[in-house]
Design a protein around this ligand. Structure first.
Ligand SMILES: NC(=O)c1ccc[n+]([C@@H]2O[C@H](COP(=O)([O-])OP(=O)(O)OC[C@H]3O[C@@H](n4cnc5c(N)ncnc54)[C@H](OP(=O)(O)O)[C@@H]3O)[C@@H](O)[C@H]2O)c1
Length: 235
């Protein structure tokens, strides 16, 4: 099994200047994004370790509202050892969490808010923020980016103004599709699970128009459970 520190080396960032959007997904070997409606069932020990390592390196973890609704996101935090790593680099103890929701179909009583170690940011449209944003005023900061649609580039600019340049996006597929479509993805980390699940689960990208988007392979890690971890960087 790769150790925590070997994963830090394999996924090291070369500098923290400038916005960088890094995606992290797990997929079955036959391309399913979920098993039983969730991604966790596809993962393994190294995958969970890698998720922690990538979170430890991030200024902000970004997720779509669909992923929050399906998976819950309460209590996201890095552990004490990683807090030390972050402090040594002048980072906040914990990464921020941002939830993207165009319609604000979120519940202020959801664990993503009630168990948060840092009050999350909800990214939405000007229209939704004006109509419904006040429901979240005691549990989150509402960040309006775009009149009737979320402007993802404006969202990243707003993150950068908060000092959040290293963005780890944990999905889901529609958010990945939107970021790809907007040409805003710098890196894709994919865990390929040695499982063939069939069923109706979709792919890791949804909603992006077909195009020949080329990335190069920056690293491959394997573990003794048969998982393969690919690190792709935009060409
Ligand atoms: N295998 C993996 O690594 C992995 C990772 C993440 C998720 N998943 C799975 O993926 C499934 C969820 O898929 P999904 O595609 O629905 O997830 P998603 O992208 O997290 O959620 C889609 C929702 O997020 C908001 N959203 C996404 N992009 C947006 C945009 N450009 N502008 C405005 N709002 C945007 C919208 O929320 P509103 O409806 O509130 O407007 C939209 O309905 C779940 O089953 C989850 O378990 C798997």
């Amino acid at each position: 099994m790769p150790t925590h520190s070997e994963l830090f080396d394999a996924y090291a960032l070369h500098g923290r200047d400038g916005t960088r959007v890094r995606m992290n997904f797990v997929s079955s070997a036959d391309g399913a994004v979920t098993l039983g409606g969730q991604s966790g069932a596809l993962g393994g020990d190294t995958d969970r370790e890698l998720m922690q390592v990538l979170r430890a390196m991030a200024d902000v973890v970004l997720v779509g509202a669909g992923t929050v609704r399906a998976e819950g996101y309460g209590g996201l935090k890095v552990d004490e050892g990683d807090v030390e790593w972050r402090r040594a680099r002048g980072l906040d103890d914990q990464p921020a969490l941002a939830v993207l929701s165009g319609r604000l179909h979120l519940d202020p009583a959801d664990s993503v808010f009630t168990e948060a170690v840092r009050a999350p940011v909800i990214v939405t449209t000007d229209a939704a923020a004006a109509a419904d944003g006040r429901r979240f005023e005691s549990v989150a900061t509402v960040l309006a980016c775009g009149e009737d649609e979320v402007d993802l580039a404006a969202m990243l600019d707003a993150f950068a103004r908060r000092g959040w340049t290293q963005v780890l996006c944990e999905g889901g597929p529609h958010l990945f599709g939107a970021l790809l479509q907007a040409d805003l993805v710098d890196e894709v980390c994919i865990t390929l699970a040695p499982r063939f699940v069939g069923g109706e689960a979709g792919r890791i990208v949804q909603g992006a128009a077909e195009a020949d988007r080329r990335f190069h392979l920056a690293g491959v890690v394997t573990d003794d459970e048969g998982f393969v971890f690919f690190r792709y960087v935009a060409s």
